[in-house]
Write a protein that binds this ligand. Structure first.
Ligand code: BGC
Length: 841
């Protein structure tokens, strides 16, 4: 009996009062194969076979590994062209040299810098995902790309994780719903989306070595749904494997992840490519379904694991030739489907007015109004004559940072510029920088050395002993602050080139436990002393700073620069008292939210908490805007009347923020992550499951808000939270069974305020009685509606059997337990307006 027949027969639904249902209904493995009619025609398949038959072994091998940093071989004699790839998830990356990582320095490789995917997730809007994917796909084509390396859909399990900003938040359902339109829109432009990183890339700490060991249920319910949807509903043509291991073997060559699930159960017909330089071996990678190997440092491309050694193993009979043929077939199938063999292939567009508007629209839809007591926002320019703008993100551009997702855009509107654009000369805008109260690291603005991601950084080297003879490891660190997390004694040298922005006396001061020395251009300036020292430095001149440290503690080197660049507390507070309104643009930057390193804590960097607190104590009309891709602690939140979460907003970020702050756009974003009160509340930290060796995913399926609810831990702002300048009323929930086995929920939503606005109606489900432990609530539906003042709209949401199911480890299948469920509908996880129980048989 098919699923729909069985559910048609068995589904009965009623309002339940104390019903105790115990029957169990096994969900036959539904939807196991791709449901999408990919543009694959039998004709393609016969052409693929014909090409395959004409190819030599070497020609086939040339297609399964890179032949430059971002391309894969060609067989021109057969009309098979080189495949060209580019990062990344929120814009097409600038060109680098063919065989090294240096920028190609072209004048023609600018692209639209779109808001990253966290912002798309915060919009909770499939239309925004479509808009995003469409710009990305079109621009990739215009730049001659065949694959765009995105979207990224790993789950935000840990706020410290450096790549959270690139992904779609902490909820598998939300990410799954948004990745589908994103992938479809990209691919409509004749470019293959490359959904990454499959799977379980949830930390950057030892990202190439950490072993992910979740339970099967955790894997299926939390870490795979977005990939599954991308493949089965979105028809993604490519996936990129993760750096990490999965149960002791690299994810790219995991039989379970690739052969059993991706290519087996899900019926994936596209290609799996590696991330750049993964730890794989020829045999396992080849037979376990890896199709293309990409890399970072390999000089001779025949040294790739899937190159000469693969050939040797085929020739020796260790690997069947059909294994290679399967990979080539897939590669050719993708090529046919993205029009690589077709002269009428779409050619895309770039940096158009339309793309610019799309970037701003997505950013506007993702802005989240976290708090707005006394309706401080929107600011009314007719009432406010002076605004003091402060905070490190007021004049910071972010597009060129973060790692492989960096973008070279034609421009980027900072928040300060956005306000100026919106207000012209009507309101006096003053921008000031504050000197932190305590010693805090030398700001990134002064660091001239950069690591490969483009982020200003210090080089940090660890040595075996006090003589600094044998180096044990080296890395980089973005701040002149080192946190010794394991308490073991360290011998460290740290260096950076620093360029002062102002000439004059700079006050240098260090805080440390252990032995600390600072050398500037070889001259010892600080030696085991916490006393401030003064140094005359010239603006724009490069100085070599070197720190030597021995000890078991933390250390920080801070400075005060001269000439009023950073104002002392008394000075900026005097300005703060006089301003009609203050907007503080704080948060993180890509010194914190970036590939390859995790943050070490959840605090705002550079003394921001103290500065915000100081401002709030003198001027109640202060709005704090957070620009960040990961959660931060906000110890001052009670004092603040209005708090906005702005994410990274792409090249139009400043205009989008100004439009929201001034009420031209009514905020409608909702948090796609929980904001915890403190890091120690987070599951991975509380359960001691964050280290360089292995992740056990001890919290199981209780990721994000599921954990905080289960543990009854208060949060700073809950998942799904986001206010509006208007209010919404929810009424008339009706739950109706449908003949196809789905459950339909309808309700009326009314705009009860004075302005037009959008509301994200959220549906959470709870299985009232279950044989396994299930989250108290799980997001299983949402939709965004726009309503005029006084307007009411009926909203319909659908629950499918899978939405009521859990992954049953005993039968290895999705299964729901017939009986009572409860539906909760509202404006956020913590603002539920309607609930009703129903029985699902
Ligand atoms: C990243 C990928 C990226 C690749 C190519 C890797 O370091 O993890 O996300 O696509 O580099 O730049």
């Amino acid at each position: 009996m098919s699923l729909s027949q069985s559910t048609q027969l068995l589904l009965a639904i009623s309002l339940v009062y104390g019903c105790n249902a115990t029957t169990e209904q096994s969900l036959e493995k539904p939807e196991q194969k791709s449901q999408v009619q990919l543009d694959k025609t039998p004709d393609f398949e016969s052409q693929i076979e014909s090409l395959l038959a004409q190819m030599t072994l070497d020609e086939k091998l040339g297609l399964v590994h890179a032949d430059s940093k971002f391309s894969i071989g060609a067989v021109e004699r057969l009309g098979i062209h080189e495949m060209v790839l580019s990062d990344g998830p929120h814009g097409v990356r600038y060109e680098i040299n063919r065989h090294d990582w240096a920028p190609a320095n072209l004048e023609s490789d600018h692209s639209t810098y779109l808001p990253p995917l966290t912002t798309v997730a915060a919009s909770w809007d499939v239309e925004m995902a479509t808009l995003h994917g469409n710009v990305l796909g079109s621009e990739a084509r215009h730049r001659g790309k065949d694959f765009i390396l995105g979207p990224g859909v790993n789950m935000a399990r840990l706020p410290l994780y450096g790549r959270n900003f690139e992904y779609m938040g902490e909820d598998p359902y939300l990410a799954a719903k948004l990745v589908v339109p994103e992938v479809k829109a990209i691919q409509q432009n004749d470019v293959a989306a490359t959904v990454k990183h499959y799977a379980l890339n949830t930390q950057e700490l030892n990202r190439t070595g950490v072993d992910a060991r979740p339970s099967e249920r955790t894997l299926r319910e939390v870490y795979l749904p977005a990939f599954e949807a991308a493949v089965k509903e979105g028809g993604a043509w490519a996936l990129m494997g993760a750096y990490n291991n999965y149960y002791g073997t690299n994810a790219n060559q995991s039989k379970h992840l690739v052969m059993d699930i991706l290519k087996g159960e899900w019926g994936f017909e596209g290609v799996l490519m590696t991330d750049w330089n993964v730890n794989i071996n020829t045999f396992d990678a080849a037979v376990n379904g890896l199709d293309i190997e990409m890399g970072t440092d390999v000089k001779n491309y025949n040294d790739y694991v899937l190159a000469d050694n693969f050939k040797k193993m085929i020739v020796n009979g260790d690997i069947e030739p059909s294994v290679l043929d399967d990979k080539v077939r897939r590669i050719l199938r993708v090529q046919f489907n993205i029009g690589m063999m077709d002269k009428s292939r779409k050619s895309g567009q770039r940096n158009t007015q339309e793309h610019k508007v799309a970037a701003r629209t997505i950013a506007e839809n993702g802005v989240v109004l976290l708090k707005n007591d006394d309706n401080v926002l929107p600011l009314d320019p007719t009432q406010i004559k002076s605004i003091l703008v402060m905070g490190p993100n007021a004049d910071k551009a972010h597009g060129a940072g973060g790692g492989s997702s960096e973008i070279k855009s034609l421009y980027e509107i900072t928040p300060l510029q956005g306000l100026k654009n919106a207000l012209g000369n009507d309101v006096e805008i003053t921008f000031l920088r504050a000197q932190p109260d305590d010693i805090s690291p030398i700001p990134a603005d002064f660091i001239a050395t950069r690591h490969w991601t483009g982020t200003p950084a210090w080089n940090i080297s660890f040595y075996q002993g006090r003589r600094y003879k044998t180096k044990t490891s080296e890395s980089w660190i973005v701040n002149s602050e080192y946190k010794n997390s394991d308490g073991a004694k360290k011998y460290i040298k740290m260096s950076a080139t620093i360029k002062p922005l102002r000439s004059g006396e700079h006050i240098l001061q260090a805080e440390f436990g252990g032995e600390f020395a600072l050398y500037v251009d070889g001259r010892r300036m600080i030696s085991d002393s916490r006393r401030p020292v003064s140094m005359n430095l010239m603006a724009g001149k490069a100085y070599d700073f070197e720190i030597e440290y021995q000890g078991k503690n933390n250390f920080v080197l801070g400075w005060q620069s001269p000439g009023g660049l950073f104002l002392e507390k008394e000075q900026y507070l005097a300005a703060a008292k006089k301003a009609d309104a203050i907007i503080y643009f704080g948060g993180l930057s890509h010194a914190d939210d970036r590939e390859a390193i995790d943050r070490t804590d959840m605090k705002l960097p550079n003394g921001q908490d103290q500065i915000i607190s100081n401002l709030l104590s003198v001027n109640a009309n202060t709005t704090v805007v957070m620009v960040a891709g990961s959660a931060v602690e906000m110890p001052w939140v009670e004092q603040a009347k209005s708090v906005v979460w702005g994410w990274y907003g792409g090249q139009e970020a400043g205009n989008a923020l100004a439009n929201v702050l001034l009420g031209k756009v009514n905020p409608s974003g909702k948090m796609p992550i929980t904001l915890p009160k403190q890091l120690s509340d987070v599951a991975a930290i509380k359960l001691d499951d964050y280290n360089a060796t292995e992740s056990l995913y001890k919290e199981g399926v209780f990721i994000g808000y599921r954990w905080f609810e289960q543990q009854q831990i208060d949060t700073l702002f809950p998942f799904g939270h986001g206010l509006s300048y208007t209010t919404f009323d929810y009424q008339n929930l009706m739950i109706t069974p449908l003949s196809d086995g789905n459950v339909k929920l309808t309700l009326d939503v009314k705009n009860t305020g004075l302005v037009k606005g959008k509301e994200v109606v959220q549906l959470y489900v709870h299985d009232v009685e279950s044989s396994v432990e299930r989250p108290l609530k799980e997001l299983k539906g949402f939709t965004k509606v726009e309503l005029n003042p006084g307007e009411t709209q009926q909203v319909a949401l659908t629950l499918k059997p899978r939405d009521l199911s859990f992954w049953d480890e005993s039968t290895n299948a999705w299964r729901y337990e017939a009986g009572e469920f409860e539906a909760f509908i509202g404006s956020s996880l913590a603002d539920l307006r309607l609930n009703q129980r129903f029985v699902y048989q």
